[in-house]
Write a protein of this length. Sequence first.
Length: 149
Amino acid sequence: MRLVAVLGYSRRRSDEMHDICADRLRHAESLDADAVLLSGEAELMRGAWKGSGVPLLDTTARNTRQNAAGIASAARRLGASEVVVVTSRWHAFRARMLVRAALRGHGIRVRSSSPLDRPPLALLARELACLAMLPYQLLHLSRLAGPGR
């Protein structure tokens, strides 16, 4: 069972979907999935979803670590054998690592798929800064993902 999880991207407190989020959503619509999870700006994405089926929503995630925890929870609940994390190329490594940590010990394969995009330099710089926190976030998620969770 393949779960496709789409990570949102927003301008803080905006009622409009950011172009980066729209690109991720359009890309996800082209993928084969048994289930789709919209994480982060889920309500905005649901309104724009044109793919098949009714997507699941994770409206509580506000950052990539929270996205990963929500994705892991949904994957376990659904009995997924594979999770495809849909995010931007510049964000894919960190997102994939966090989802893998959240699913550690559950035997669920994790990969990513990304639309072709070119991030602004400021986003690349922000992602590099976030990578510095990756070891802490991996440790936190690994503890949450302990056996049987």
